[in-house]
Design a protein around this ligand. Structure first.
Ligand code: UD1
Length: 353
């Protein structure tokens, strides 16, 4: 069996790690195509190196651009790749422009497409990720859902017959890295000179939070006035937008810092007092590590984290402060994101069909 995985952005490399490992264990021929959507070494290469992922077999090098230009460049480059590879399955991941481009190219070439992390919905049609998810789910032949809620969303859209619940592959990689890190200090904690539990970890990168200067200034101001140092692991997009509008990202409690490699990020979160983020993956990672999370969005796809009390949605400065300083949530043994063996199930499902 030959499977082509198409990835391009940071969270997809994290999801690729357990899949690549499971494919190799199962003796599957796994071809990795990197679109080049993310190209900075700290957003791309470091994940392949640290998580032991085989180097990409094909690199399209599309880089940044408007949605249409970026997605279109991927589409035109992928036709030739798929034609040359003739895989049994094209596997696409998550909800980025790389996801929708690969799904569209493959379905038009009559190649079977499987969507990993299918069925997530924010129901916010202004998010580029929401367009990408809905379009990809409806194009794909096999929908690999991470949660029961995702399965229900797909059923509500008439896609039940193509859906299978496999669990969340981000749980697989997180548990593995957490266990490797056990007992080890966080390099970020040492670098900052704070006591364990003496800082917050923040990430902000979504267009709705970065592209309006008033919105970005409100979030930066809220983080700057928190009661402990807040390390903002700044995506290039937030750095560029803050610089363009003269918004300081190091001020008061707020400390701007470059992105971290995956194991360093997990260690920084494990030793923190809490997470403030608009990332989807980090909301889940905080929950799985049982670190309280405050999500700077009006909705989340990962509703289980909110229902279980480990995540709160916050928009305004006051809501962010209240979220971060709320009492520690009640402990729970709930496991809505699976048991850490989702990747094996994905490979078994692909092989069975
Ligand atoms: C993309 C995904 C988003 C995902 C995020 C993870 C889409 C629509 N969005 O958002 O769902 O959560 O990745 O990080 O696919 N840039 C660099 N270096 C890079 C890559 C980007 O400097 O290696 C800068 C460029 O100025 C670029 C901007 O970041 O224009 C945005 O990059 P892009 O890939 O378009 O979207 P992300 O915001 O990273």
């Amino acid at each position: 069996m030959k499977i082509v995985s198409v990835v391009g952005a940071r969270p997809q490399f994290v999801k690729l790690a357990p899949i690549d490992k499971a494919m190799r264990a199962a003796g599957v021929e796994h071809v990795i195509v990197h679109t080049g959507q993310h190209y900075d070494p700290m957003l791309s290469d470091v994940f392949f190196d640290d998580l032991g992922i085989a180097a990409p077999d094909v690199h399209l090098g599309v880089g940044s651009g408007s949605h249409g230009v970026q997605t279109g460049s991927m589409l035109s480059a992928l036709d030739g790749v798929f034609d040359a590879q003739q895989p049994d399955w094209v596997l696409v991941y998550g909800d980025t422009n790389s996801t929708v481009a690969a799904a569209l190219s493959a379905v038009k070439m009559h190649l079977p497409v499987a969507h990993l992390e299918a069925g997530l919905r924010s129901f916010n049609r202004r998010m580029p990720e929401e367009h990408n998810r809905v379009l990809t789910d409806h194009a794909a032949d096999l929908l690999l859902a991470p949660t029961k809620v995702a399965v229900d969303h797909l059923a509500a859209e008439g896609l039940a017959e193509r859906t299978v619940l496999v669990g969340d592959v981000m749980t697989d990689v997180l548990y593995e890295v957490r266990d490797e890190l056990a007992g080890r200090a966080s390099s970020l904690v040492s670098e900052l000179g704070v006591a364990p539990g003496g800082h917050y970890v923040a990430t902000i990168h979504r267009a709705e939070n970065t592209d309006d200067p008033a919105r970005l200034a409100e979030i930066a101001g809220a983080l700057a006035s928190l009661d402990k140092p807040v390390v903002l692991l700044a995506h290039p997009r937030v750095v560029a937008k803050a610089a363009a509008h003269g918004i300081p990202l190091t001020e008061g409690s707020l400390i701007s810092h470059g992105p971290l490699a995956y194991p360093d990020l997990i260690a920084a979160v494990m030793h923190s007092a809490g997470v403030v983020t608009d990332s989807g993956g980090l909301q889940k990672e905080a929950f799985l590590l049982r670190v309280p999370c405050t999500t700077v969005r009006t909705e989340t796809e990962w509703v289980e984290t909110v229902d279980l009390g480990w995540n709160v949605l916050a928009g305004t400065r006051a809501e962010i402060a209240a979220g971060v300083t709320r009492p520690r949530p009640a402990d729970t043994a709930a496991a809505p994101y699976g048991d850490g063996r989702a990747a094996q199930r994905v490979v078994a499902e692909l092989a069975a069909r």
